[in-house]
Write a protein that binds this ligand. Structure first.
Ligand code: HEC
Length: 470
């Protein structure tokens, strides 16, 4: 571990990434990947039927999409890699080594996308008459660029779940075309189109108060658009779900809810199907009876997609645990390949930024806290979300936390809970961590959240024994 540890105890580092990432995916899927083709489709309708007001409506929808994607969308997009790089720099570093050219291409495509959306938006009113056809084509070209940015990133997300034959040949090609790549892309693409429809229904409703004929025609068109993409979403979803490795599927109940709520996982799954069913029902209503579509019903698909995509991303992130990159790097930023070294020399001895380096009989609690920082805080806090104090109170309810008992638990923690990696350090460090955890019970007043945030110490020279991933 040769980078500093950044830790937010009140929030949990994973939650920081999750908030930014889910906001980004919502905006990107609904308003760029799905949104731009929807706008281009409506603009084309306006070209074929110039008297109806389609063109002005399409432009209004584009304005909302344009402003949102180029501000909050772009910021959160960068924010994902910024926050993930802060929380798990080793994982991002490893991904960067494999996907160097993918990321570089992504940057080129992204710049193209931004240039095209500016052009598309700013020329809307000027490219009229004979130039309208070219403008519609520009819209579809922009749609392709938006899709390409997602298509590149999806290869990285799916790689983290299952690198497939990359484990053997370590080539970029095998990394990109991993077993889950095409299924996940086949799911996200139509899903984005449906999400765009959900956003389009709301904007249409809000901006056609004066023109009910247009409202009904556009609502019908968007309802049909959603219905057309729904079967592909379901088919893509099934293909994707079937590709998820068996071991990961076993973690689904915990991924859907939390460990002590697993008995509710079935119900949560049913709720997700109900949300999907509701989207289909409203789309059908919009397509068949646009004039009767109630105001409350218009917002339901958008709310359902927020719940669905939030759950989907959470599950995707969780099921690959204990790994950040399946089979290659644990979520704690350490490689299984480095474990023998870490268990022999210790975590503290090999961590560049550790504040405690040597274990003595007097510094067990401080050393244990440092081990906790290195080995556990990529997933746990002390008192915040997924706090270890609460986890231990559950495990040893009504008992005194005994360091020897905790120490034994740490030895088998990865067997007790398959989503946790094995303890990475030496036996002496494991004992210090157990001492620290037991100390937490005896010191309920301790403000650990403030302490474990840690001030990085100066780097020390990297020695030959420092464990560094590839
Ligand atoms: C890859 C992420 C990850 C890492 C790393 C990790 N844990 Fe966990 N741990 C979890 C999750 C997730 C849970 C279950 C949370 C829930 O849903 O209640 C959990 C649960 C626990 C529990 C309660 C177990 C039970 O059976 O109820 C304890 C105790 C615990 N962790 C201790 C640790 C310690 C100590 C470390 C560091 C050596 C650690 N964990 C590292 C993810 C992790």
């Amino acid at each position: 571990m040769d980078l500093p540890i950044f830790h937010l105890d009140f929030l949990n580092n994973r939650m920081l990434i999750a908030i930014i990432a889910v906001t980004h995916v919502l905006i990107n899927h609904a308003m760029a990947v799905g949104g731009i083709p929807l706008v281009a489709y409506l603009e084309r309708r306006g070209m074929l039927d110039p008297d109806r007001g389609w063109d002005a409506l399409a432009f209004r929808i584009l304005t909302v999409f344009f402003v949102t994607t180029t501000t909050l969308g772009a910021l959160t997009g960068v924010g994902i890699w910024f926050s993930a790089g802060l929380v798990n720099p080793i994982a991002i570093g490893s991904l960067l080594r494999v996907f160097f050219w993918t990321w570089f291409t992504e940057w080129l495509v992204f710049v193209t996308e931004v240039a095209l959306i500016l052009l598309y938006y700013l020329t809307w009113k000027r490219w009229r008459g004979p130039r309208k056809r070219a403008h519609v084509k520009l819209g579809f070209g922009l749609a392709l660029a938006s899709w390409a940015t997602m298509a590149l990133i999806v290869s990285i997300l799916s790689f983290m779940m299952d690198p497939g034959s990359w484990h053997g040949d370590r080539t970029l090609f095998s990394g990109m075309f991993n077993p889950l790549y095409l299924p996940q892309l086949a799911f996200r693409t139509p899903l984005a189109m449906v999400m765009a429809g959900a956003a389009g229904l709301i904007i249409t409703r809000a901006s056609t108060r004066q023109d009910l004929a247009l409202r009904h025609a556009a609502t019908r068109a968007i309802g049909r658009w959603m219905l057309a993409w729904l079967p592909f979403t379901v088919a893509g979803g099934i293909w994707y779900a079937q590709g998820v490795p068996e071991g990961m599927r076993a973690l689904l109940p915990v991924a859907m809810v939390t460990q002590n709520l697993t008995q509710w996982a079935g119900m949560a799954t049913t709720a997700m199907w109900a949300a999907a069913g509701m989207i289909a029902a409203v789309a059908l209503w919009a397509a068949v009876r646009p004039a009767g579509l109630r105001r409350w019903a218009v917002v339901l698909p958008a709310l359902a997609t927020i719940a669905l995509i939030g759950t989907f991303e959470r599950v995707r992130e969780f099921v690959r645990k204990p790994y950040a990159i399946a089979g290659y790097l644990y979520s704690n930023g350490l490689r299984p390949d480095d474990y023998p070294l870490l268990q022999r020399d210790g975590l503290l001895a090999t961590a560049t930024y550790a504040q405690v380096r040597e274990l003595t009989p007097d510094n067990q609690v401080d050393a244990g806290r440092e081990v906790f920082m290195l080995a556990c805080t990529r997933c746990h806090t002390v008192d915040g979300i997924n706090g270890v104090r609460v986890a231990l109170s559950r495990l040893y309810a009504g008992q005194r936390w005994d360091p020897a008992v905790i120490d034994r638990y740490l030895g088998v923690m990865h067997q007790a809970r398959s989503f946790m990696p094995p303890f990475p350090g030496s036996l002496a460090e494991r004992k210090a961590l157990a001492t620290y955890l037991a100390w937490l019970q005896a010191h309920p007043e301790s403000l650990e959240g403030a302490q474990v945030s840690g001030v990085p110490t100066l780097p020390r020279p990297i020695t030959a024994s420092s464990a560094r991933p590839l």
